[in-house]
Write a protein that binds this ligand. Structure first.
Ligand code: HEC
Length: 155
């Protein structure tokens, strides 16, 4: 009984202190999310060059690595980089529209859709099917764009 209580207390302590300890400042959230999008964009560029445009020779291992990197970012819990104080009406150096917090259902929808398409990209890349990868590149690109259309301000 005592053991259980101690364990429960320890678990509760972990639950409540971990997120606080891992919480980034608003500035760092903005830096990290921009870097995450740049990194995905770089990897999307590799897939475009090899699977869509064909101006670089198709290399299955490189396509897998690119898709894995994108999926890893998509599944990393990026929601933690979106605190309500981090939109462009409250913070500097960001293009995040406040609508993101005013329309949480839509934000969740585009976020979930993006995660689903990124995971699918990973599966398709693993199959080595170039035409299917080109199609999935386009599907994921649409998911990126859907969020930008609603929640990213013009430059
Ligand atoms: C859930 C919404 C959402 C999804 C999904 C999304 N983006 Fe974005 N993206 C944003 C927002 C918001 C910004 C602006 C971030 C900021 O300025 O703080 C942004 C910024 C960017 C930037 C500019 C980063 C910079 O340095 O300013 C690039 C490039 C980008 N996204 C590419 C992508 C690509 C590629 C995908 C899909 C693989 C994607 N995004 C998916 C919302 C999204």
């Amino acid at each position: 009984m005592k053991k259980i209580t101690v364990l429960t207390a320890a678990l509760l302590a972990t639950t409540f202190t971990l997120p606080a300890a891992a919480q980034l400042s608003v500035e760092d959230q903005i830096t990290a999310r921009k870097a995450a999008y740049q990194f995905m964009s770089w990897n999307m560029g590799k897939i475009k060059a090899q699977a869509v445009d064909g101006d670089v020779e198709f290399n299955v291992d490189q396509m897998k690595a690119a898709a894995n990197a994108i999926a890893a970012v998509a599944n990393s819990g990026m929601g933690a980089l979106y605190s309500p104080d981090s939109s462009l009406d409250k913070a500097d150096n960001t293009r995040l529209k406040p609508d993101f917090f005013q329309n949480p259902d839509r934000a969740r929808e585009v976020g979930m859709n993006f995660g689903r398409e990124a995971n699918k990209l990973q599966d398709v890349a693993a199959s080595g099917d170039r035409a299917a990868l080109a199609r999935q590149f386009s599907a994921l690109g649409q998911a990126c764009k859907a969020c930008h259309d609603d929640f990213r301000a013009e430059k």
